[in-house]
Design a protein around this ligand. Structure first.
Ligand SMILES: [Zn+2]
Ligand SMILES: [Zn+2]
Length: 166
């Protein structure tokens, strides 16, 4: 388990009550939480805390790299950057799995070498289907297990088209 005091020291942020509370909640939950959920849990521990304090501190800690955010089912969730990791999200059942950052090394090496693209080593989100959902009779055509080669080919097909960004 990462030492959250140590994380704060490294980030250069002051160690304050709300920050320690929020980091402790994230560490103990061992998952990613939304700001409203963080607020709900923080208020149980520290009843005087308010939503704007939670927002402000989550933003500051995200900016300084202690936390990272991911889009999950229409919500923004925040996770602790204790160990570098990427995320696999099952689009069918919502399972969220953290995988060690080096699991994607073959892909990042490929993208760097062949496509001159240097992806962030951590914080990536790969969407697909978990093993359990993949084994269910396919309701939609094309239900299949997410293998490394599939992820790779999806990434490459994504990278070859440039989506219009608003
Ligand atoms: Zn994460
Ligand atoms: Zn699933």
């Amino acid at each position: 388990m990462a030492d959250i005091k140590e994380l704060l020291v490294r980030s250069g942020l002051r160690r304050t009550g709300p920050r320690m509370t929020l980091l402790t909640i994230l560490q103990q939950s061992a998952t990613h939480l939304s700001v409203p959920e963080l607020y709900r849990r923080a208020a149980d521990i520290q009843p005087t805390i308010n939503t704007s304090t939670v927002y402000r501190n989550v933003a500051a800690m995200t900016e300084s790299g202690i936390l990272h955010s991911i889009d999950y089912a229409g919500e923004v969730l925040f996770g602790l950057d204790a160990t570098p990791h990427n995320h696999l999200i099952c689009e069918q059942c919502g399972l969220l799995v953290e995988v060690p950052a080096n699991e994607l090394d073959p892909i990042t090496v490929h993208l760097g070498g062949q496509l001159d693209f240097d992806p962030d080593p951590a914080g990536q989100v790969l969407r697909g289907r978990c093993r359990e959902c993949a084994q269910q009779p396919a309701e939609t055509s094309g239900a299949e297990a997410v293998s490394l080669s599939m992820i790779k080919s999806r990434w490459i097909s994504i990278s070859s088209t440039r989506p219009s960004r608003s």
